[in-house]
Design a protein around this ligand. Sequence first.
Ligand code: NDP
Length: 426
Amino acid sequence: GLAEEPISRANSKPVAMEGSSPFSGSRKEESSLSIIIVGASGDLASQKIFPALFALFYEDCLPENATGFGYARSKMTDEELRNMISQTLTCRIDKRENCGDKMDEFLKRCFYHFGEYNSEEHFARLDCKLKEKEGGRSSFRLFYLSIPPNIFVDVVRCASTSASSKNGWTRVIVEKPFGHNLHLFLIASYFDNYGIIHDIMQNHLLQILALFAMETPVSLDAEDIRNEKVKVLRSMRLLQLEDVMVGQYKGHSKGGRTYPGYTDDPSVPNDSLTPTIAAASLFIDNARWDGVPFLMRAGKALHTKRLLVLRVQPDEAIYLKINNKVPGLGMRLDRSDLNLLYKARSDQSRYPKEIPDAYERLLLDAIEGERRLFIRSDELDAAWSLFTPLLKELEEKKIAPELYPYGSRGPVGVHYLAAKHNVRWG
Ligand code: NDP
């Protein structure tokens, strides 16, 4: 999960965010792009961000004068950084012969600078190094904050005062502190502060709902899409307690195996009321969707039976699980998937063989100023206003989640909520 936050641009000239990129045409020799990965000593930087940068470099998607800068407190030389990241670079698109050469070329453009996260002086030193590489060209700087969220503000302040571009743009990518992999799922102390409503519903599911229910935008331009999303979000009825059901999984034993409950995790308080499942019915008060309930559910530790699946990542796919009669004279049924697995599509004129990794898309969009996939601040406001009163009420009234066994279909309340609208969950 990722979010965008603009850095103060007090000294920066406004630069075309849409349309012509400063890295195209005759201007490209005059511009230089620096991507500064703050927290470069961490896992995410070497596992995801540098490999994504390399993939863009390999595909010639980065401008000519692009450099990668690692910044963190750990002491490292440029060479040590290069050794570290060279372990995770791959030529995943294809194994063309020049892969090794491309890697060497890319590594030569990677540098490291160590410093504290709250020191304007250390960022000023970084600024000197950046200027050295920029060689007097217009400077475009993209800061990627791959650090724990409690130091975001310090870094943005220091970067803004001491290391922002003076004649181009400065942009910041903020890594959302929860996400898409098991490793982060296991940061259970984080999850306990927020729960499934913040973690999945208020952002991911609401985004999908807004995209689904919005009116057709005037064009596919970012602002047109975002205008429609904001309109539909603002038409949504405020969530009431009776529209929502929350649950939490408990431990149980089955077939000689014991499955732990949510509060059995040592980092979770025994009396935690954090929901691990939530279901909600939402209404959109506009002419198109008048009276139509939208049911949303997100949960952990559920059984895996699903019907229509829209999988955003990994392995982007839309599939429908069906019971299919096995061809032939018999009457045997078989469970199969009717699927659109993007990577399995052979029609390469319409579906490219390789789907870029989410980090490649993110970096490229941030570099090109393509905002279509970023949430605009009024959209964020609308999404939060929808859920905040409910979250407050859940907390103030200390609403106890209904317990459900690990690996089950979830608590009965979730099914009652759907039944109120004559719907059954898959
Ligand atoms: P790390 O915990 O490895 O943090 C990255 C770097 O930040 C560390 O190498 C360290 O660098 C510095 N750092 C760590 N803790 C602190 C602290 N308490 N105070 C100051 N500096 C600190 O995280 P990851 O690299 O795994 O992830 C980066 C960020 O992205 C995290 O916030 C994470 O929650 C989020 N994230 C991670 C994903 C992943 O798959 N790993 C996916 C999605 C989000 P140094 O000591 O050298 O300064």
